[in-house]
Design a protein around this ligand. Sequence first.
Ligand code: FES
Ligand SMILES: [Fe+2]
Length: 473
Amino acid sequence: MSSSIIATDLVRHKEGKIARDIFVSPEVYQRELKQVFGRSWLLVGHESQIPNKYDYFVSRMGEESVIMTRDKTNKIHVFLNTCPHRGMKVCRYDQGNARVFTCPYHAWSFSVDGNKNAPPGGLVGVPHFKKAYQGGLDKSKWGLVPVAQLVNYKGSIWANWDKNAVDFETYLGDMKIYLDAVLDHRDGTPGGSEVIGGIQKWKVPSNWKFGAENFIGDLYHITSHRSVDMVSIGPSGAGRRDTIKLDDEAEKHIIRKPPPRMGSIGFPNHGHGLIGTQPHYAEPDYAASFTLTPIVEEYYKEIYHRRVENLGKQSRVLTPVGTIFPNCSFHGMQPRALFTWHPNGAQEMEMWKWYLVDADAPDEVKNVLRQYYLRYAGPAGLTEQDDMENWNYATSASSGARAGLYPYNYQMGLGFESQATDIKDAIFTASVTEQNQRLFYNRWAEFMDADSWDNLHPDASNNFHDILARSQS
Ligand code: FES
Ligand SMILES: [Fe+2]
C-alpha cells in the first residue's frame, strides 16, 4: 500500500474513538476519493429523470461529473463527463436531450448509440480527421469512458467504477428490504415511484461523512430540531413529520428514545444502517396524518389498505431514515427522498436531494407533498437547516491543530448490540446508540486500507460476529 495513512488506526471503533483527521485532512480525503468512491456502488439518479430516449441527466460520482443517458433501445448508460482529447467537460448542462455530445473545445463528438465501429458513447466525429490524423487515430478506442458496472434497481440507477466489485444486490445485503421500502409505491408495488420536480443541489462547508453518519441513525440529535418541532410543519399541522404513529406508548418514547419496535439496525459487513422496524413487527394500524388536506388523507388511507392487502403483515417494514454505504441516504417515510453527499474537498460537500412520490398519485397529492417537502428539507427547509449548521461548525471547529489531537467519542451503546431477530448479518439496538456510526466508519476504514475487493467481500467479513462476540447484551 502506497499511502502512509492507516485508516484502521484512525477509526478505533472497538474503543468508540475516531480521529478528527478523517473529517478534515486533505490527505485522507484524496485517498478516500480513490479507495471509497472509486470502488463503491454510488447512486447516480432515477430513471424517471430521463423518461425518453436520448434524455440525459448530468450527475456525479464522488467529485467527478458523469452523464446518465438512454440510447435508442432505452438502455441506460453512464459515462465520465470528460473528453478523452484534452479533458474538457463534454456536457455542461444539467439535463436535456441529445443523441450526440459534441465537445466544446475541438468538437470531437460522441454518439450515445455508438456506431458499427464504436460502442455506446463512442467517438464518431473528429474535425479534419483525415488531414489532421492521416488516418492514424483509432476512433473505436477514444470514446467516453463508461462505468464498469451499472444497475437499474427499481428505477434508481447505481454505478461502480470497479469491475471487481460485488454485484449491487450482494453489496446491499438485507439492506435491500429497506431500500425497497423507500423505492416501492406506497401500496407495495415494486418500483412505481418517480422523482418529483427537479432535484435540489447545494453546498455546505462540511465533510461529506457528517451527512452520511447523521442519516445512518443519529436519533440523539433530536434537540437540534426542537424549534422546528414546535413550529409544526408536518402535513397534519402537528409536529415535524407525523406518520410514525406506532401506538400511544411508543409515542411517549419517540422524543427521547425510540420505542422497542423501532431501533437502530446495522449491517457491519456492508457498512449500511438505518432506523426502522424489523420485519417481524407488523406495521401499526393506519393513523390519519394529512388531516389538513382531505384529498391527500383519503389517498393515503386507501393506499395503506392496499399495502396491507398486497404485502401482508410480515414484510411491511418502516424506515424513517438510513444510509447506504458510503454516501447515499434516504428518508423512507416523510418526506420520502434519496440523498447523495458528494465530496467537494475535505471540508465541503454538495448535497443532492431527489424527492419521491407514487408515480400514479393524483396531481393534488403530489402538489401537497411537494410543498411539504420544501418546507421540511433542502437548503430552505426548516429541518435541514438545523443539521447543516451543526455539520458546518463541527467541521470548522475540528480543523485546528489543537482540536486535531482529540478524537470524537462514539461510545454510546458500545458493547450492547444484539443480533437482529430476523435479518441476516444485522445488529439491532432498541435504545439510542451509535452502533451504526461505528460500523459505518469501520467499513470505511476497511475500504481505505484494502488493496482490492478481494479483501472487502461482505460474505467473508467477520465484523458482524466480532461485534456480537464483544456484546454484553
Ligand atoms: S478537449 Fe474535447 S475535443 Fe479537444
Ligand atoms: Fe436532523
